[in-house]
Design a protein around this ligand. Structure first.
Ligand SMILES: *Cc1c(COP(=O)(O)O)cnc(C)c1O
Length: 470
């Protein structure tokens, strides 16, 4: 294919994309395929000769699309949403057309300086104090890994990268059992070891860390000659929206000089609304805060906002600059690859710029508030049904429930069957989680094109399918 034929296909594909987004609500949300269906439809060998884009595109529609779970569907209530708003898709198209590598300032000054400005816009949108610096990471998992490496290096007096962990005192990191699995993996990859990730019990409706138990755990580790390194807190955990008492936990961490990281991957977007900020009191005392605009802010994957009170700690942990990566003769520039584990970086700030301008913060706030209010309404309706139990209260737009008709012998099996039947039906998409060991079903609303009617339909689908079982 030649570039002078590109715009014909560019137009066709943008028409296709518009039509897709306008009609995706008519499709079953979760892909209705069996394992191997797509693999078997793809030729086992690569082509030796060029093939026409017409043929490739038609196979895309015939082979690929049936195997897609529609994340942009207005009744996608599973996991957390991963919104791709129209302005974000346009920005991403432009970024992919110019395809710059944004690892250093000089490899695209516009990308670096746009990133600095956009992260400061986001800082203001969240009402974090001036002085917090931001970087866009590919994912919250990467940001958490970067934070764990930083806490490791600080605790080892910056010797871990040089000497390795052999012969060091075991490092200890503290969190509740409600944090995301990306925390476990960061601990593995950083060489700290799962056994040194200390799980602090939770308490209260927010299912947050018990800060007194946190202090006791740190003290007991010190008494045993271990080396506390950091505390990882969650605001809006993935299972049930668990939220640690940030101010209390930060005070304990500070008393022991520990590095602190707040994982607000999903709920951080909601902090553009002042009325939700009581969920993270005192967050301005944290060393590191992460949230994903690629979940709830309309900016498509990947775009993860990572804020640092003191970026020097992170840079001291991750920067390495061989001669070929040096930029001589320019003062005060930022090379964002020194702030992240991967060297190569996409131009991700562009879509933040398009989205924040196209919606305005007020337009974004309105969407988030609607999601929360509609979800709470649905919760209230289901709570009034005697054969349903609410298992965790709404945290923003997330809550959990289970179907519990009187005298049923195995509610775990019943609810697993229910969630599968709902997803086979296809009108809505939900996922399950365990709460205190029990199988429950999650509900959350957060898709940008969701309407109040879409959320109301979830009530009909859930009650109709559950009651059809008896
Ligand atoms: C989604 C999520 C993550 C992981 O985000 P990625 O960007 O996919 O790595 C981490 N923590 C929480 C609380 C999440 O909800």
């Amino acid at each position: 294919m030649k570039w002078d034929e590109f715009s014909d296909w560019g137009k066709k594909i943008s028409e296709w994309a518009q039509d897709y987004h306008l009609t995706v609500g008519d499709k079953p949300v979760r892909a209705q395929t069996e394992p191997g269906d797509i693999l078997n439809a793809l030729p086992a060998q690569p082509p030796e000769q060029p093939q026409a884009i017409e043929d490739i595109f038609s196979d895309f529609e015939d082979i690929v699309m049936p195997g897609i779970t529609h994340w942009q569907h207005p009744r996608f209530f599973a996991y957390f949403n991963s919104n791709a708003s129209a302005p974000s898709v346009l920005a991403e198209f432009l970024a992919s057309a110019i395809a710059p590598q944004c690892m250093l300032w000089q490899t695209s000054p516009a990308a670096t300086e746009m990133e600095t400005r956009m992260m400061d816009w986001l800082r203001q949108a969240l009402d974090l104090p001036e002085g917090f610096a931001g970087v866009i990471q590919d994912s919250a998992s990467s940001a958490t890994l970067a934070a764990v490496l930083t806490m490791r290096e600080k605790a080892l007096n910056w010797q871990g990268n040089h000497q390795g962990l052999f012969g060091q005192k075991p490092l200890r990191v503290y969190c509740s059992a409600e944090v995301h699995t990306s925390v476990d993996r960061a601990i593995w990859v950083a060489g700290i070891g799962q056994d040194n990730l200390v799980r602090i019990p939770i308490k209260g409706d927010w299912r947050g860390m018990d800060s007194e138990a946190l202090e006791r755990a740190i003290q007991s580790d010190l008494d045993s000659g271990l080396q506390p390194a950091g505390v990882i807190m969650c605001v809006g955990g993935t299972g049930t929206g668990a939220t640690d008492p940030i101010d209390e936990c930060l005070k304990v961490a500070q008393r022991y000089g520990l590095y602190t990281h707040v994982d607000a991957a999903w709920a951080g977007s909601a902090m553009i609304c002042p009325e939700y900020r009581h969920y993270w009191p005192g967050v301005d005392q944290a060393d590191s805060i992460v949230f994903n605009p690629h979940k709830w802010l309309g900016v498509q994957f990947d775009c993860c906002a990572h804020f640092l009170k003191n970026p020097d700690d992170l840079v001291q942990t991750l920067a390495i600059s061989p001669e070929f990566l040096k930029t001589h003769g320019k003062d005060g520039i930022i090379n964002y690859s020194e702030w992240s584990v991967p060297l190569g970086r996409r131009f991700r700030a562009l879509k933040l710029w398009f989205v924040m301008r196209a919606y305005g913060l007020e337009g974004l706030r309105e969407r988030l508030r609607n999601h929360v209010n509609w979800s709470v309404d649905l919760h209230d309706r289901l709570a009034a049904e005697s054969d349903f139990q609410i298992t965790t209260q709404p945290m923003w737009s997330l809550w959990t429930f289970r179907y519990a008709p009187d005298g049923h012998p195995d509610l775990d099996a019943l609810n697993l069957r229910l969630v599968n039947a709902i997803n086979d039906d296809g009108r809505i998409y939900l996922t399950q989680t365990r709460v205190d060991g029990n199988m429950t079903i999650r509900f959350q609303a957060g898709q940008f094109e969701t309407t109040e009617d879409d959320v109301r339909m979830a009530y009909d689908v859930i009650t109709e399918i559950a009651r059809s079982f008896s």
